[in-house]
Design a protein around this ligand. Structure first.
Ligand SMILES: [Zn+2]
Ligand SMILES: [Zn+2]
Length: 263
């Protein structure tokens, strides 16, 4: 069973439920030794943003304050880490850097959800410009991984949701991003949220992508992507994922080295 999870949301993002402490209590129930909070990073609004899947920037102080308080309160029972899940938005990386510095974040999860700004057609899980899907996804991914700001690559196969069928180009692109993550020693995440939701067949975690990951043998982590405290005790999904990866010959990392130091 997993003993750590670094992909945990809070109510502040508006599409998760439960109190911060509920997540800690469920993590303890699941026997986790480390729990990382990585709620959706509060980007200042871009004029073209039309969706909203993140905490308002005014809530960042509250987030930091409460997670740090829980960290102290539960210090003898579990290690709690503070991070965010952020996109790679070209031209806005200084904002992420300053968020990391100001709040002394332990780590940052790359959630490559959108290209440039947050709107429906730019969502990599439902990309309008299908012709350039792989090109744009790869470019944002490569720049993000090379930026030195990200420590963990969530649902690296999210682009599959925008495809009707897998293609040789998708294989090639996946190999390149998996190799880059390996070279930079950034774990790629086998995302349990995708298994729980199973919106459709073309979704993450996508078998063809993970077969490639098994060949490339870079670091892999299982991420619960908890949007409810109950996700942390969804043993059926966790076991399914562990079993699947084991059969592929992938041994997921147990821990993310902390604290990550960003420059
Ligand atoms: Zn979310
Ligand atoms: Zn997430």
């Amino acid at each position: 069973m997993i003993t750590t999870n670094y992909h945990t949301h809070t109510m502040r993002c508006r599409h998760a439920e439960g109190t911060d402490e509920d997540y800690v209590l469920k993590a303890l129930e699941a026997g986790l030794s480390e729990l990382g909070f990585s709620d959706h990073s509060p980007w200042p609004y871009h004029p073209l943003d039309s969706r909203n899947i993140r905490m308002d920037i005014s809530l960042m102080e509250d987030y930091v304050h409460h997670i740090n308080a829980l960290r102290r309160q539960y210090a003898s029972r579990i290690k709690i880490y503070l991070g965010v899940e952020a996109e790679y938005y070209e031209g806005r990386m200084d904002q992420l850097k300053s968020l990391i510095d100001t709040h002394q974040l332990d780590y940052v999860v790359l959630g490559n959800h959108f290209h440039l700004f947050e709107t429906n057609g730019r969502y990599y899980g439902h990309y309008n410009d299908t012709e350039n899907l792989l090109r744009d996804y790869e470019a944002d991914t490569m720049k993000a991984l090379e930026s030195g700001l990200f420590d963990y690559f969530a649902h690296p196969d999210i682009f599959v949701r925008s495809m009707d069928k897998w293609t040789p180009e998708a294989t090639e692109m996946s190999i390149r991003i998996l190799k880059k993550a390996k070279e930079l020693n950034i774990p790629v995440e086998y995302n349990l949220g995708g298994i729980r939701n199973q919106f459709d067949r073309m979704t993450y975690p996508y078998p063809k992508f993970w077969e490639l990951a098994a060949k490339i043998q870079g670091p892999v982590m299982i991420g619960v992507d908890a949007h409810s405290p109950l996700d942390l005790v969804d043993y059926e999904t966790i076991e399914k994922a562990e079993h699947y990866l084991k059969n592929l010959g992938i041994s997921p990392l147990k821990e993310l080295k902390m604290p990550r130091v960003h420059k």
